[in-house]
Design a protein around this ligand. Structure first.
Ligand code: GLP
Length: 262
């Protein structure tokens, strides 16, 4: 796991975007990107969008798969992840909407829809780079504590704390859906690269669990310790609980030129 500590949230977005852009350029125009919702990757998307506008990155033939979707929220609802991804990813990054995929949160046969989602990812050869945030309870995607570390796309019940966290996007807590469809931890682990971003004091415990805690279903993101190519980009606040912070800075500052992607 590569841990990079940045001075502030803006720098997190810029650095993480440069990592994602590097993978996109290396893979080529048909790159497959895994995209996350939440506030954490918004600066990353802004920086990617800038590269697209400047003409140094073309994602018009890229394919994208979202991590998750609420169950039972109409697609046209402004807080459905279909709407959020369209607003924050598809349009600003110039993706082709026909190549942007989300789990079907309104499927009449949920298990079949989940299998179809896994098959769609496999059909394009898997995800080249997966963008991730992390929930305050350590969830990635919507894999809440207790999720199987080898889980695949399936329906999950949202944790009480996650519904409370996400209530800020709705008028009232009882409007936050109780269920979601999410890629599993095994699905996420199949991505060839993962880039996780976290900012702010409220992510200290989650980040410490993901980066340095025991690998445990109590902190689902900790499974990334088993990933061969996981990059975690943090601001000072989110990194404050890391015992190895000095060593991560040292390793980053002394990276050989050929390993650099900033
Ligand atoms: C959401 C999403 C996750 C996201 C997390 C953190 O509910 N399902 O993909 O990483 O919770 O959200 P935020 O970045 O807003 O803190």
């Amino acid at each position: 796991m590569e841990v990079v500590i940045c001075p502030d949230a803006e720098a997190v977005g810029a650095l993480a975007a440069s990592k994602v852009a590097r993978v996109c350029r290396d893979v080529g125009p048909e790159v497959v990107i895994g995209v996350a919702t939440g506030s954490s990757p918004l600066a990353l998307y802004d920086h990617l969008a800038r590269l697209v506008r400047e003409g140094s990155l073309d994602l018009s033939r890229a394919t994208a798969f979202a991590l998750d979707e609420y169950v039972g929220l109409p697609v046209e609802h402004p807080e459905s992840y279909a709407s959020v991804i369209d607003r924050t990813v598809t349009q600003p990054l110039g993706l082709d909407p026909a190549r942007v995929h989300l789990p079907d949160g309104n499927a009449s046969d949920v298990p079949t829809a989940c299998r179809a989602y896994e098959q769609a990812i496999a059909a394009v050869g898997g995800v080249d780079v997966q963008i991730l945030g992390v929930g305050a309870n350590g969830h990635i995607g919507f894999n809440e504590p207790g999720s199987s570390l080898s889980s695949r796309t399936r329906i999950k019940t949202l944790a009480t704390s996650t519904r409370a966290d996400n209530a800020r996007f709705f008028e009232r807590l009882d409007q936050v859906p109780t269920h979601c469809i999410t890629q599993g931890l095994g699905t996420i682990m199949d991505a060839r690269e993962v880039v996780l971003v976290a900012q702010g004091q409220h992510k200290v415990d989650a980040v410490a669990g993901v980066v340095e805690g025991p690998v445990t279903a109590r902190c689902p993101g900790s499974v990334l310790q088993f990933h061969q190519h996981a990059t975690v980009v943090l601001d000072e606040h989110a990194s404050a609980g890391l015992a190895g912070a000095q060593e991560y800075r040292n390793a980053w500052d002394h990276k050989p030129d050929w390993q650099r992607w900033r």
